[in-house]
Design a protein around this ligand. Sequence first.
Ligand code: HSC
Length: 692
Amino acid sequence: MTDVVTLEKVGATGLIAFDNPPVNAASHALRQAFQNCLETAAADPEINVIAMYGKGRSFVAGADIREFGTVPQAPILPTIINRMEEIATPVIAVIHGVALGGGLEIALGAQARIGVGRVRVGLPEVLLGILPGAGGTQRTPRLTGLPAAIEMITTGRHVAGPEAIKLGLLDRLSDGDPRDVALAMAEEVRAGTLPVRTVGQIAVRVDPQQIADAKAAVHAKAPHLYSPLKCVEAIAACDQPILAGMDIERALFRDCLDSPQRAGLIHAFFAERAVAKIPERNAIPRRVESVGIIGGGTMGSGIATACLIAGIRVRLNERDAAALERGRHAILSNLDGAVKRGKMKPEARTDAEHRLSASTVLADFDDVDLVIEAAFEDMAVKIDLFTQLDTICKPGAVLATNTSYLDIDGIAAATKRPQDVIGLHFFSPAHIMKLLEVVVANKTAPEVVATGFVLATKLKKIAVRAEVCDGFIGNRILTHYRKAADYLVLDGAAPQQIDDALEDFGWAMGPFRANDLSGLDIGYATRKRRAPARPATERYSAVPDRIAEAGWLGRKTGMGYYDHSTKPAPSNPGATSIIDAVRAEHGITPRAFTNAEIVDRYMTAMIVEATKVVAEGIAQRPIDVDATFLFGYGFPRWRGGPMQYADTIGAATLVDRIKAYAHDDPHYWQVPPLLQRMADDGTTFADINADS
Ligand code: HSC
């Protein structure tokens, strides 16, 4: 094993190199070795400049996130950084790649900072539910002033080199090999052409009004979040002597470290990366330079937009010229929207338009690398299209369907090449939503799965591997827990109370507001399709059907559960009358639910179905379910996902809850065997993640 930090003496320069792949995280081993190297260099009379740099792709990406939640082992970063400021020998930091969190804090302890190439710096701790705990909240404002420091630290955004120069975080930008730059800059320090100064000694003024305004602003932006406020409180201490300010910073850092939000947000960080660990990850993906998309509706045009933004050639297919033109128009206006939102440069938009072609002739898909079928959700339509694609597409083309719930094994069986068939389930609006479910059918070849994952990366999406069942991971679980909301209405809660309770819990939108947004006709059609298979023992609320049948389809018709003619939208009195009538038909005397009861029932229902999805292998691991809901369904990131949330409740409590609810409805509330086993063994979903 190589040393994670090395000291190399070149003339009068002590070169300290971080070498802890993949991102030089400041683990305990790195901190220990760093401290040793620093002390050795400081004690060496022949060394008159110490220059730090990173080997591999970056300087230092921050503290080792995996260590949070365990007792911090000395030496801790603040101790080393403060010591760096004390020693007589000037220390400089040469930063390439990224210096994030503790990485930037190390650099701020140096007396000059030089960025190399396309460097980015930032303090993203807030995104992990913590705050910069190694001096970042104290030294950053000393260089940038209060407003810029507040903005940077409370958003956690990465700052590119030129802006970092303007803000005063970097002193120079340079190019070349970081070690060579380090040697050259050390020479400049000796020559006096690169000035050095100790950041901790710079005085900064704190305007209490700015602090009060910043607290109000972060609260208004994210009322649920704990650490942004703590960031501002820590920054407010920066007018104190550096060590006193850092004591306050450390106390606030510890508060954040102990918060469940920290655990949730760090789980979300790892969930985003864990989903890429699929059995097919060593398969060689197929090349995808051109994509054929069948269907120019909302979904097809969104997928086409995502592909065009990613630089892929797109051929759009629709049944007739008018539909084709509508699809083209939708794509172009999506691209205009991307330019307006700053996601795309105007020149790139022109290039994207040139990469788009359109045709009503499916035979024109003979040369595309991958087809995504986003046609009507009807098995006969899909079978017909895939039978045609089988004869049209070139050998090796990937044939994907965007179906949300249909049987992909059945679709694949319509072709003579089921190994090339896969589900690529996008979420609407497809050019914006991060999630892509990659649905692996019985015979899908490993390289086709790998191709789906590579495509997702190109499209800047998070791919989650799912297997075939009605609704795959996300929609299958949604179908189940959505019923819990309908039962709550049937038994006495108002849709508005349910939405408010779940939004207070942290969901981006409650289920009824979400339905009004997406259109009540969608669920109506799905329920009709499923009606023949509905067990006689299942309770059924006709409320959603009646509202749709009244022509209230949500925002698109101006009325749904809510009346959208004014803002904020009040309840639709017509929907309330329907609810009263349906309750009366069931002989139900409505009862009151507290918001906590609503959240418990809704979330327990979700966990029940998610447990089954894990047990059946539809999702590889609980963490894949978490990623699905974080990136596709507006689940609050700071709760880490439904399975992480389930662990905070515990399997035994969940089982007790389900059994209690089952008194009223034994069909709906059944304990999944896996959850029962976990309750018996005292195990968690985190244990399952760790074992798989
Ligand atoms: C921090 O620094 C706190 C400080 O204020 C110190 C406080 C001390 C106070 C003490 C007081 C008592 N740790 O993303 P990728 C892994 S908080 C561990 O796929 P990319 C990652 O999981 C930290 N592991 O690559 C993955 O592993 P896998 C603040 C880390 O090129 C692999 O590295 N810093 C890690 O797309 C590759 O990562 C941050 O929040 C870390 N810090 O992006 C930065 N960082 O292969 C977080 C990464 O097993 N990191 N890994 O899946 C990032 O934003 C991105 O990883 C990069 C690279 C932009 C660095």
